[in-house]
Unconditional design. Structure first.
Length: 97
């Protein structure tokens, strides 16, 4: 499903590497086996995501109250992180006596 998505390729390579025996003579076969296990799982949950996305899209559109609440929440989280960063940087760059 994600053969053309570079981020998915990098993620899968990094994740699957943990389960590959480095001393095995043919690691490509191990990658292939893990990919063949992952494929039916993806094929099972992708239709569920598509169905839920189609059902929820009208309720979560750009002008919906849920979108407004999400933007407000995300803005609050970013503001909190920015405040924490500013206070931390002030501590790091304070003059030493």
């Amino acid at each position: 499903m994600n053969l053309l998505n570079p981020k998915a390729i990098l993620f899968s390579t990094a994740l699957l590497r943990q389960f590959i025996d480095p001393h095995y003579a043919h690691p490509a076969i191990s990658y292939l086996m893990l990919a063949l296990v992952q494929l039916p799982i993806e094929l099972a949950y992708m239709p569920v995501l598509i169905f839920l996305g189609q059902r929820l899209a009208p309720a979560l559109g750009p002008s919906s109250p849920a979108a407004s609440a999400g933007h407000t929440f995300a803005g609050g989280v970013l503001f909190t992180f920015a405040t924490k960063l500013a206070l931390t940087l002030r501590h790091w760059f304070a003059p030493v006596h």
